[in-house]
Design a protein around this ligand. Structure first.
Ligand SMILES: Cc1cc2nc3c(=O)[nH]c(=O)nc-3n(C[C@H](O)[C@H](O)[C@H](O)COP(=O)(O)OP(=O)(O)OC[C@H]3O[C@@H](n4cnc5c(N)ncnc54)[C@H](O)[C@@H]3O)c2cc1C
Length: 304
């Protein structure tokens, strides 16, 4: 499906962002390759940006030129008899974790409350204190802009805390080998376990999240990465920012590292809170907080 002048807010988990010039939603690898081909031929506009569930990206209020490719409709996965799971890039992590638990495949419980896709999970090395994507990943299949596909195994990929070399602002210049590639699918490892126990763990994690996180309002999860040995949420709370409202965006009263859209919030409200919180923490504790959320800059100054 190809949509023109499509509001990106419809594809964002915080519900902000202006129109995308083109938004493509391929349903198969073949359709994805065909989108890349049309971009190469100039039938669809450049640049191309890939997204999953956009639960970690802040889109600009002024929208984006080029083609945004959402992998959300490539969401199938197969459980192989050898314990491996082959998942398309758009597979929704909580759904994957639930089905793995139901069929007695352990190791993916930590994904149960992360509302992203397999592709976005790999790029972000998504995880919790009990596990992260790089620990369960066997290999990824990538497609390059020329439409060729190839596999890269876990050993050949660099990961660290909420970072991978797929990120544009990832580890370093020289490791950005796969920046222009799209993740098409991934193979994940599991181990055999008792379905009842896994399902109970899935439910426990889900409940504990809905107590500690403001899941009833649109948000992007943790805004800042935790600095070594500390928690961004603790620092923000201690600096007195909890409950601060700017436009329609509020720093959650339940979890200070979550910024929620109370209705009508704009990305610029979010960005301005990010800058002010960062400056205040820098002044108070000398720490410069880095964002975990990817903030896409405005393309047109007039839209800011
Ligand atoms: C309520 C809530 C709770 C959260 N809890 C956690 C948590 O506990 N732990 C955690 O790690 N994160 C958490 N997050 C953040 C987020 O869900 C994860 O970072 C997730 O992995 C992002 O996946 P996504 O599909 O939404 O990626 P997106 O936000 O769509 O994209 C993230 C990045 O990946 C790139 N990308 C996406 N798909 C592809 C692809 N197929 N090929 C190439 N590049 C791609 C994008 O260009 C972007 O750079 C939370 C978010 C919310 C809203």
């Amino acid at each position: 499906m190809i949509l023109y002048e499509e509001p990106l807010s419809r594809h964002s988990s915080i519900r902000t962002g202006g129109p995308g010039q083109v938004v493509a939603l391929p349903e198969s690898t073949e359709e994805l390759i065909s989108v890349l081909e049309r971009v190469r031929e100039g039938l669809l506009p450049s640049p191309v940006r890939f997204i999953g569930n956009a639960s970690n990206i802040l889109f600009p209020d002024g929208g984006l030129l080029g083609t945004v490719v959402s992998l959300k409709k490539m969401d199938r996965f197969d459980f192989r008899p050898d314990g491996l799971i082959e998942a398309q890039a758009g597979a929704f992590l909580p759904r994957l974790a639930f089905h793995a638990a139901r069929t007695g495949r352990g190791g993916l419980g930590f994904l149960s409350g992360i509302p992203g896709t397999v592709g976005g999970g790999v790029v972000m090395n998504a995880g919790t204190t009990t596990g992260e994507m790089s620990e369960v990943l066997r290999e990824v299949r990538l497609a390059s802009p020329d439409g060729s596909t190839f596999c890269v195994s876990r050993e050949d990929l660099l990961f660290s805390y909420r970072t991978s070399e797929f990120q544009h602002e990832g580890l370093s210049e020289k490791t950005s080998r796969w920046q222009d590639c799209v993740i098409v699918s991934a193979v994940l490892e599991t181990f055999p376990s008792e379905p009842a126990r896994l399902l109970a763990e899935w439910e426990r994690l889900r409940r504990s999240r809905s107590k500690s996180q403001p899941l009833e309002s649109p948000n992007l999860g943790s805004v800042f990465r935790n600095p070594p040995g500390d928690f961004a949420g603790r620092l923000i709370e201690e600096a007195g920012w909890k409950g601060t409202v700017r436009g329609g965006i509020e720093i959650s009263r339940r979890h200070a590292n979550f910024f929620i859209n109370k209705g009508g919030g704009l990305s610029r409200d979010f960005r301005s809170l990010v800058e002010d919180v960062r400056l205040s923490i820098l002044r108070e504790s000398g720490l410069r907080l880095e964002t975990e959320v990817e903030i896409v800059p405005e393309e047109t100054p007039a839209a800011v």
